[in-house]
Ligand binder design. Structure first.
Ligand SMILES: [Zn+2]
Length: 299
């Protein structure tokens, strides 16, 4: 049994063929942020997979918001796709084959829960911290989608409604406006740092002892600690798996994050034994989650 999986993110669309054991047999990707018409690039690739690879089902993980009932997606960072009917379009290419759509954060959480850092845990929050902030929940061993597919889209819950800082989504003070990688870089630059333009450079500068870089990462990791604690406060679950490019920076990010998280969670009174794990599946978690989900759908 072969699954074709798509992972539609803010900067790239990954496409892969996975076998029954969720091993990736083939993988390619397109930039999603520089194409005027992404579908014109994507459709011929999918048609080629249909002809050449004889896939049995198709799983799609997408950045939110999504609409499960309509099978459409409106990723915040892909402005040319609004209510984009991805499920119908994919079904046109692969008639009579199961097509599953879920949020990319939910896909990551499901993959980490079944095959990654959260194996054996009934309830967990999966977090992706990179150019955006994504999240997903596994409850009672199953992906929890919410009513529309956007459960735990927690990058867009506000932690600073008095901050005056507008998010790309239009809301004031979203977690993303403080905690995503580019925002930490922007904060550093606004405070006189000139060591580069991306989070990799910022993290290296912090490792080299630059106080502005250290401060920017401290502030960003505090925001994430507040955001994660908010979610745990609401759902009372005690396992968190964190992945995404920012988290892969290692101790320079994790040390301040864990310090702030310990402080934040200590006030809840019931979040006394929380396990926080680094993600294991790295860049392929969304693809694997999409594949696991459509396997579950197909029965
Ligand atoms: Zn927002």
């Amino acid at each position: 049994v072969k699954t074709l999986a798509l992972d539609i993110g803010a900067t790239k669309i990954a496409i892969a063929i996975l076998d029954e054991d969720q091993n990736i047999q083939e993988r390619l990707q397109l930039p999603s942020n520089m194409l005027s018409s992404i579908w014109q690039e994507l459709e011929p690739l999918l048609k080629r997979f249909d002809v050449d690879r004889d896939v049995d089902r198709i799983g799609i993980a997408s950045a939110g918001p999504i609409d499960l009932s309509r099978g459409s997606i409106s990723p915040v960072n892909i402005p040319q796709w609004r209510d984009f009917p991805i499920v119908d379009l994919v079904k046109d290419i692969f008639p009579r084959k199961p097509v599953g759509l879920l949020g990319d954060g939910t896909a990551v959480a499901l993959a980490e829960n079944k095959l990654g850092a959260g194996i054996g845990v009934a309830n967990m929050l999966g977090v992706v911290v990179s150019t955006g902030i994504g999240g997903g929940l596994v409850l009672n061993g199953k992906a929890f989608h919410g009513e529309t597919g956007n459960a735990a889209l927690f990058g867009h819950h506000s932690i600073g409604f008095n901050s005056g800082i507008a998010c790309d989504c239009g809301r004031i003070g979203c977690l993303e406006t403080f905690a995503r990688g580019p925002k930490m870089v922007e904060y550093a630059i606004n405070h006189g740092w000139s060591g580069g333009t991306d989070f990799i450079a910022l993290a290296q500068s912090a490792r080299d002892g630059n106080s502005t870089a250290l401060d920017a990462i401290d502030k960003g990791s505090l925001a994430l600690a507040v955001g994660i604690t908010n979610v745990l406060n609401i759902v009372d679950i005690h396992t968190v798996v964190i992945g995404g490019g920012v988290s892969f920076a290692g101790p320079i990010y994790w040390d301040p994050f864990l310090k702030h998280f310990e402080e934040e969670r200590s006030h809840a009174g019931f979040l006394n034994e929380v396990n926080v794990y680094p993600a294991k599946l790295k860049a392929d978690a969304g693809l694997i989650g999409a594949s696991l989900f459509v396997r579950e759908l197909a029965g």
